[in-house]
Design a protein around this ligand. Structure first.
Ligand code: NAP
Ligand code: ZN
Ligand code: ZN
Length: 350
């Protein structure tokens, strides 16, 4: 029997610790992947600590996966053994609802199957993620990784990259537009890079004055310390679009007031507790809107990877061994991430 070695949290208070499990037998269209790198997303922390109150324990987090194909199912032809591939936040969906037919599996009307902490549609077992030596996934949910990019820096694209690319594209960000990105963490730094590559003028909003130089290096034309009301005031009514990646509850109104008429702010951060309701007047007087966005579909994720391949975009990472993941979570809570932790899965062998 095959065994995957992993790191799991046994309950919401326990740190992640070694764990192993038997993967499912390969189904006809399954791909078995030996994991090389897995990014550490703030969503992993939210779920390992049951902050969204839906975690089934033990949980093996990780949905920013890059690895090599080691086996394929009897009827799986998309990938060959040895291919460099990625797996993001989705591993299955119903395939026939309106959203699935539109290639928006993340909005599957019947509920998508998440890479971890989700029920498999066929055997009902809970899925386990990428803090592990391997994973078995249906080929339709496996992505092709551009060969010209550093595979460790690609791992975070599978969640942080697509979660920022998808709303930037949906809201048609491009040249001539002024675009804000709120929060310079894993998602935010990808948002800055991608919006810059799309040709927009990018303004980063950060609570950390120590990140100003990095923000500019990553592609921001300007950096605003959002706690400074004077700096914020200089940008009133001037943004076409703002992408808000903050992982904590905060007041949205100061950012809404920076939007032009008809401007939109899209929320992608999912804090443990909701934000207070924003000012209604700030919304109606300029027909501004606030919306949300969830990761991205499979076709769009491939499009994002190809876009990053063309523009030479990867995440700025700090590589860690898997036994450092609990410290990485603590540092993430202090906004001390530059700008994504990536686990070297080889360290599982130590
Ligand atoms: P992260 O690396 O921890 O970055 C979050 C950033 O938010 C921090 O670096 C910090 O940036 C800012 N921040 C933190 N606390 C703050 C506070 N109290 N007030 C204002 N700003 C604060 O997290 P991440 O991995 O990018 O994830 C961000 C959020 O997106 C999480 O809630 C995650 O669960 C969610 N997420 C959503 C989706 C989706 O599909 N919608 C996908 C992935 C993740 P500064 O230091 O620059 O202020
Ligand atoms: Zn994520
Ligand atoms: Zn569906």
């Amino acid at each position: 029997m095959k065994v995957f070695h992993a790191y799991a949290a046994q309950n919401e208070k326990s740190p992640l610790a070694p764990f192993s499990y038997q993967p499912r037998e390969l189904r006809d269209q399954d791909v078995e992947i030996e994991i090389l790198y897995c990014g550490v997303c703030h969503s992993d922390l939210h779920q390992a600590r049951n902050e969204w109150r839906n975690t089934v324990f033990p949980v093996v987090p990780g949905h920013e996966i890059v690895g090599r194909v080691t086996a394929t199912g009897a009827n799986s032809h998309k990938y060959q053994v040895g291919d460099l591939v990625g797996v993001g936040c989705l591993v299955d969906s119903c395939r026939h609802c309106e959203s699935c037919e539109d290639g928006l599996e993340q909005y599957c009307e019947n509920g998508f199957v998440a890479t971890y902490n989700s029920e498999d549609r066929f055997d009902g077992k809970i899925t386990y993620g990428g803090y592990a030596s391997g994973i078995v996934v249906h080929e339709d949910f496996v992505l092709k990784v551009p060969e010209n990019l550093d595979p460790a820096g690609v791992a975070p694209l599978l969640c942080a990259g697509i979660t920022t690319f998808s709303p930037l594209k949906h809201w048609k960000v491009g040249p001539g537009q002024k675009v804000g990105v709120v929060g310079l963490g894993g998602l935010g730094h990808m948002g800055v890079k991608i919006a810059h590559a799309m040709g927009a003028k990018v303004v980063l909003f950060t609570t950390s004055p120590s990140k100003i130089e990095d923000g500019k290096r990553l592609g921001a034309d300007e950096v605003v310390v959002s706690k400074d009301a004077k700096q914020m005031e200089q940008h009133l009514n001037s943004f076409d679009f703002i992408l808000n990646t903050v992982a904590a509850t905060h007041d949205l109104t100061p950012f809404i007031n920076l939007l032009k008429r008809d401007g939109n702010m899209t929320l992608v951060g999912v804090p443990e507790h909701d934000h207070p309701s924003p000012s209604v007047a700030s919304l109606i007087f300029k027909r501004r809107s606030v919306s949300g966005s969830l990761i991205g579909g499979i076709a769009e994720t491939q499009e994002m990877l190809d876009f990053c391949g063309q523009h030479g975009i990867t995440a700025d990472i700090e590589m860690i061994d898997i036994d450092q993941v609990n410290d990485a979570y603590e540092r993430m809570l202090k906004s001390d991430v530059k700008y994504r932790f990536v686990i070297d899965i080889n360290s599982l062998k130590k």
